[in-house]
Design a protein around this ligand. Sequence first.
Ligand SMILES: Nc1ncnc2c1ncn2[C@@H]1O[C@H](COP(=O)(O)OP(=O)(O)O)[C@@H](O)[C@H]1O
Ligand SMILES: [Mg+2]
Length: 313
Amino acid sequence: MPPLVFPSPSLSTKLLPPLHHSTIPSATHSRRPHLSGDPPRTVVITSGKGGVGKTTATANLSASLARLGFRVTSIDADAGLRNLDLLLGLENRVHFTASDVFSGECRLDQALIRDRRFNNLHLLCLSKPRSKLPLSFGSKTITYLVDALKTLEPDNPVQFILIDCPAGVDAGFVTAIAPADEAILVTTPDITALRDADRVAGLLECDGIKDIKIVVNRVRADLVRGEDMMSPLDVQEMLGLPLLGVIPEDAEVIRSTNRGSPLVLNDPPAPAGIAFEQAAWRLVEGDTMTAVALEEADRQPKKGFGWFSFFGR
Ligand SMILES: Nc1ncnc2c1ncn2[C@@H]1O[C@H](COP(=O)(O)OP(=O)(O)O)[C@@H](O)[C@H]1O
Ligand SMILES: [Mg+2]
């Protein structure tokens, strides 16, 4: 799979061109994102509140990073209903899990499920999807596991390890965040999600994770304009954290979930897919976006991507 590259360095915080999964000719793009930080980077995707889009974000960021040419392993540390295996369309391929590795039933490489579309993307489930994680599987175990992943292929090492965290702040959360150096805090623009996100931000910092960025998901421009929904700027100011991405409410998300194909691979691209792709680009470059006030957004000329200039730059 040729790497996806974009035309101009200045685009990283602005608008990226529409993506066409089936036509990714590297010749049409002059640049790949510059990887900031020291790989492998271990990023936990967390929220506090359930159902805000952690698994959706993990699947889409993983697919974007893989399409950009990075070697990615996504860890499903959530035993919820809508698991990462479903969103990636790999549910029939989960034969071994990390729990099987520790019980001696298989090797670590056997528990890594290769994605059907990108051979540089792997999924690792901690336990069988929709089953409970063994009580013995705690922070030390997952840290040991992630260390083993980092050294599994010395000639072709993994560059991103993304961990899909369970909801809540109990044992599953503590386990999922243990090996992470950075965190993406997913929230929806409502007060209950924000309260939980704020609490989680404090817990992450106590755990030594200082690099925390927010993704505001399921944003509706019409409601924000009518002051019936908090704006991304409000969310950012309340949490006091840098913004990695703003994702619109998009019916295509549920369709892509049902298809088992991350939305970023849609052709033609869907608004939420473009927003996730932009967030992935920023993640790679250690970049953030600036949310804009409504008045400023309304003053900006619409250039085809009105939705995006409405929320930030
Ligand atoms: N931007 C979005 N637009 C529309 N639906 C979304 C969006 N993001 C997530 N969803 C839907 O919200 C539900 C919860 O998402 P999920 O990623 O499973 O959340 P979590 O992992 O935080 O529990 C799913 O049905 C998903 O399809
Ligand atoms: Mg989930």
